[in-house]
Design a protein around this ligand. Sequence first.
Ligand SMILES: [Zn+2]
Length: 142
Amino acid sequence: MPTYQVLRCYEDSCRMFQVHQVKKVNKWQCRVCGEKQSTIKVFLTSPQASECRTFVQNMNMARGRAEEDLLNQRQSREEDQAAVPQRQECRLPTRSKWEDYVDEEPDDETGEHDDQGGSSLPQQPWQGATSKWSTFADDDDE
Ligand SMILES: [Zn+2]
């Protein structure tokens, strides 16, 4: 009468428990993925194949449930992360405050100069530039 044993495929993509007859050779082939491997660990040995089969079913079912839980956890996490950027977009209008700060800075530096407008007068850029440099030159002399 043969003896049966419960083995587990070592392939990461398989990991299936299965019943095999105990052989003299310490090697077996996975029935699911066909991977040939040596017997590293025997989870159960019994002369009754039905006992081994029940053990295998329970183990594979428990494994399937664990993977389902992992998937559910991952999905809930992704939903939480997706909701965060939407909340941040609501803060965008507060940027108008920064524009106020930006306007104040150039006023302090160019406040003494006349209204040159910069980009609004592209036709006569040289005159404005010359007057600026002459002003600085006078300051340096004094
Ligand atoms: Zn396998």
